[in-house]
Design a protein around this ligand. Structure first.
Ligand code: C5P
Length: 237
């Protein structure tokens, strides 16, 4: 549950300060891997950098942080509980287990949208022929969590888009039952995947819109944690 240190009218010289919030935050990061045999999988180029930067920024803001991370090559942020997972099913089980205890959920993970319908028990042999792999949709983790959320919880999603960035993100905000969505373009060489920089368009309820960056992912992460703290405090007051 959120504990609020101070809220109210502040002298103008400190009015830039955010209320001190002691929040418990659950962050997902990185890609998932969906295997069709023991050594081959479907995935995406997510590196987890944005989610790890958010975990670091949230920890620095004094929050307690659980980080559910798909396969990434990043060091664990100091003071953060990291739960490594590989598949979307594992990510769903782990986030389900941790969701009830969190005040804020930030789903940065690039969860696979499809997975092979079956996984061969042994490595499949090449036979010079093509291969058809039947895929099934992966259940949407954040949509399911939004259906069982408490009203005091604050849910943030990410929308990586290659076109119509804001319209597609707004659609996801509604459809997935989120409080805030961070839209970014992953089109072309300027795309967010793997980059150390990012630009986020934040879209929320009641027409809320704010642009963060372009700046380093670390700087954008600190700004996003500030925005979330502000919106959670405003809702609680
Ligand atoms: O639909 P799309 O994948 O673009 O939605 C992105 C948002 O939804 C992200 O916050 C992502 O973590 C979340 N998501 C999810 N479960 C999925 C796919 C995406 O929670 N199966």
């Amino acid at each position: 549950m959120a504990a609020i240190g101070f809220i109210g009218h502040l002298p103008s010289f400190i009015c830039h300060l955010q209320p001190t919030l002691s929040l418990r935050c659950l962050i997902t990061a990185g890609p998932t891997r969906e295997f069709f045999d023991p050594v081959r999988f479907i995935s995406n180029p997510s590196t987890g950098k944005m989610g790890f930067a958010l975990a670091t920024a949230a920890k620095e803001a004094g929050w307690s942080v659980d980080l559910v991370a798909g396969p990434v090559s990043l060091s664990d942020p100091a003071g953060v509980m990291v739960y490594p997972v590989v598949t979307a099913a594992e990510m769903q089980r782990q986030t389900d287990a941790l969701f009830g205890a969190c005040d804020v959920l930030i789903m940065t993970a690039a969860v696979s949208d499809w997975r092979p319908k079956s996984t061969a028990p042994q490595k499949m042999k090449k036979d010079g022929q093509g291969l058809t792999v039947e895929l099934e949709p992966v259940p949407d983790i954040v949509t399911a969590l939004a259906e069982e959320r408490r009203t005091d919880q604050f849910l943030v999603g990410f929308a990586a888009e290659t076109e119509n960035v804001e319209a597609n993100a707004l659609d996801k905000l509604e459809r997935k039952g989120l409080d805030l969505i961070a839209a970014n373009s992953v089109a072309g060489s300027e795309g967010a995947f793997g980059s150390d920089h990012n630009k986020l368009i934040l879209l929320g309820r009641n027409g809320f819109r704010e642009v963060l960056g372009p700046a380093s992912k670390a700087a954008v992460a600190r700004q996003l944690i500030d925005v979330i703290a502000r919106l959670v405090a405003a809702r609680a007051s």
